[in-house]
Write a protein of this length. Sequence first.
Length: 362
Amino acid sequence: MIRTYTSVSRYIQGPGALDRLGTESLTWGKTPLVITDDILRDLLGDRVRASFDSARVPLNLFTFPGEVTRPTIDRLADDARKLDADVIIGMGGGKALDTAKGVALALGCAMISVPTIAATDAPASFAIAVYDDHHFLSEILKLPRNPDLVLVDTKIICDAPARFLIAGIGDAISKKFEAEACLKAGAEMLMGGPSTHTGQALATACYQLIRDHAVPALAAARRGEPDDHLEALLEATVLLSTLGFENGGLSVSHAIAKGIPLVERAARSLHGEHVAYGLLVQLVLEEREPEFIDELRRFYRQVGLPLQLAAMGMQSVRDDEIRTIADNAMTSPSLKRFHRVLTVEELVAAIRRVEAMATSDD
């Protein structure tokens, strides 16, 4: 049976890493193009320019309007061709990085990821989430390989709002359990074939780093002082989380995460918050020991992850909202990576069970 393992080519992490961008870009091309948004251009543009000047590399910098759409990617790709750009650099959150990935895909050239928040594992992934003009996900494109370089400046991420880092923990903490579910189900990975032993090991390592370092890492981030705990946490949430899901697979946690943002009252919540809640639903469906779930929920309280839908805007959650989450989760391919076929009624019952656990805490 054929198995495939996928990974970034190079990963660089640490305070001040952004200042190496110009020099590092020369490994992948002679005419780099940086794609970011207007806010980050104003905040970090001078540092990026200094980095390129130091490396004697011309700086080409484009901004995008904030959403990853086909027209935006096509327009930027046309502009990049006029420059003969041969390496595309995305700098920002997931949408800036996915826009840059889309341009690199269109040009067939190298891609460098420079995340400025750690809210998801998008920086190291080959996946590209594309939206329509109404901000709904319309398609998932794929690079032929993962980004050639992921460059993580931990001081920049440390200075971002803590909520993004907490969301990154939520997106990453599920990967061990989703990989285990995929293995039990004999599911096929995004790149084809079953999961690798390496993917399972990386997903487990991701979880362990989060449990060991998340609490002190968040304290360091709130002080604005990167330390070894924060470095370990970011390695888990940015790098290992991606390697774990691309080589271990996604399951119920991410299926539930697909349904939550389709409830209007949850529109301002974050993907990582959805996934963290989805993990609790998955553990209920797996009939995990109550003691284990309670211990994990105590960790959720420590770091600020959601224990109930009210934390994502759905106070006094309604039956129709639970049904919307479950119905939309049923359409996710991730739901099929479970050891048995699940019904919408089982999802509804599991969500209600998670809500009941939170209510009993009060």
